[in-house]
Write a protein that binds this ligand. Structure first.
Ligand code: NAD
Length: 483
């Protein structure tokens, strides 16, 4: 497959190159080979992108929602028709197994385009009667929106931000993670092919400084970031100085609580999905697995048995179900956490090693007897490292689960339905699961509380974050004034 894009950036409906920018090698994580090179956006490229977005936005915002939605839904169809080639490219970009990318990346992006395409025509205001007078409200676009992506779900993030932004009548400039720059360019191509007017969805490459320049550009009205908490704090602060709207989808250290009465295999399955899908590189992962004492040994035994079924191999082979880390840097970060787990006295019950081969391969790793104060129980690792903690009772586990700066997700496994709802009700998290883990359908709001973020992606909630309300008071009689 040709992995080198035609050019680094996509601006005003066409590919744009400027080799004066810093070169960014794109590395296939399964082998460490360089598969493409792109160049970071120069100030000239950024200016071109913001100018194109600004120039195109007004006419787009003035179109009917039905017209805008039709284009987004056409793009969704094109993405589904090309799912295989897009998934292969996503696998090269991220190293994630094709078994995953075929069902969780372009397909999830297409769902967002279809969902927000459908919603576009329903975005209306309100009529508020006040006797003879009345107020009406108008839902207006924000203007130029910037999306900044992480490297774990590049196509999905490009669409989760682009689809609601465009549905509401905005223009978007998307900066993918420098680690995975390829797939957002395909999203831009498809949108243009579906009939999106030029300038409304632009892609620019670069590191944090390119993101920073976009956030501080006075012509930008909104910033949506998917990334880590430290980056989120910087971007939120920079956006605040320009009084810009923000959505912050940040990191987590989410609790997954498994009670004695849980269905064992389902609980183990939830813990596997919540720790090892995408080699653990998922923000909402339930990486603190609290297991009630009565089920602990059975849980660890069943988990060890099922880990035997992990297939670490060529990500392009559909039998492979566990891929490499996205980069050497991420692999080294995760290795240092595994070392800390061992040093601080957690019991390594599975994995823990690096594979002796090219690329950035780590084994799925499980630590048991983890305590709340250990580094692996407190910090986001963003890799395949599950920490299993013991607990005795409900009140205790709720307090311990909430004792974190994060609040992205939480899950509970139990057959007691009252307990399931009671416990979920008390867990401080934005995206929660009962007897399941990590489902993210476009119909459900997604996002965190506490340090895990601000705002929600997906669902009707996302509309609040890509539009603003104008209210208009209409007087039917005379104006009374003091003089
Ligand atoms: P990161 O914070 O290092 O980078 C995220 C993006 O921000 C990149 O595109 C980067 O270039 C850009 N960036 C960095 N500094 C910037 C600055 N000063 N101004 C503007 N942009 C800047 O995160 P990452 O390593 O790419 O991704 C992993 C993190 O993302 C994890 O913490 C993970 O939990 C989080 N994440 C969250 C979600 C979610 O939806 N909540 C989804 C995926 C990943």
């Amino acid at each position: 497959m040709e992995t080198q894009p035609k050019a680094s950036h996509f601006i005003n409906g066409t590919y744009v190159e400027d080799t004066n920018g810093t070169p960014i090698p794109v590395i296939y994580p399964a082998t460490g080979e360089v598969i493409a090179t792109v160049y970071a956006a120069t100030p000239e490229v950024l200016d071109q992108a913001v100018s194109a977005a600004q120039a195109a936005q007004e006419a787009w915002g003035a179109m009917t929602g039905t017209e805008r939605g039709r284009i987004l839904r056409r793009a969704a169809d094109l993405m589904r028709a090309r799912n295989h080639e897009l998934s292969v490219l996503e696998t090269y970009d991220t190293g994630k197994p094709l078994q995953e990318t075929l069902v969780a990346d372009a397909t999830s992006g297409a769902d967002a385009l279809e969902y927000f395409g459908g919603l576009a025509a329903t975005l209306t205001g309100e009529h508020i009667p006040l006797g003879e007078d009345w107020v009406y409200t108008v839902r207006e676009p924000l203007g130029v929106c910037v999306g900044i992506g992480a490297w774990n779900y590049p196509t999905q993030i490009a669409c989760w931000k682009g689809a609601p932004a465009l549905a509401c009548g905005n223009a978007m400039i998307f900066k993918p993670s420098e680690t995975t720059p390829l797939c957002a360019l395909k999203v831009a191509e498809i949108l243009i092919e579906a009939g999106l007017p030029a300038g409304l969805y632009n892609v620019v490459q670069g590191m944090g400084e390119v993101g920073g320049a976009l956030v501080t550009d006075p012509r930008v009205d909104k910033v949506s970031l998917t990334g880590s908490v430290p980056t989120g704090k910087k971007v939120y602060a920079a956006a605040a100085s320009g009084m810009k709207h923000v959505t912050m989808e940040l990191g987590g250290k989410s609790p997954l609580v498994i009670f004695d009465d849980a269905d064992l295999d389902n609980a183990v399955g939830g813990a596997i999905n919540g720790n090892f899908y995408s080699s653990g590189q998922v923000c909402s992962n339930g990486t603190r697995v609290f297991v009630q004492k009565g089920i602990k040994e059975a849980f660890l035994k069943r988990l060890a048995e099922r880990l035997e079924n992990a297939v670490l191999g060529d990500p392009l082979n559909e039998d492979t179900n566990f891929g490499p880390m996205v980069s050497e840097r991420q692999m080294e970060i995760v290795k240092s956490y595994i070392a800390k787990g061992n040093e601080e006295g957690a019991r390594l019950v599975a994995g823990g090693g690096q594979l002796d081969k090219e690329g950035f391969w780590l084994e799925p790793t499980v630590f048991a007897d983890v305590t709340d104060d250990m580094t692996i129980a407190r910090e986001e690792i963003f890799g395949p490292v599950m920490a299993v903690l013991d607990f005795e009772d409900e009140a205790e586990v709720i307090a311990r689960a909430n004792d974190t700066e994060y609040g992205l997700s939480a899950g509970v496994f139990t057959k007691d339905i009252s307990r399931a709802h009671r416990v979920i009700g008390k867990l401080q998290a934005g995206s929660c699961f009962i007897n399941s883990y990590n489902d993210a359908p476009v119909e459900a709001p997604f996002g965190g509380v506490k340090a895990s973020g601000v705002g929600r992606e997906n669902s009707k909630e996302a509309i609040q974050h890509y539009s603003q309300v104008k209210s208009v008071y209409v007087r039917m009689g005379d104006v009374e004034a003091a003089f």
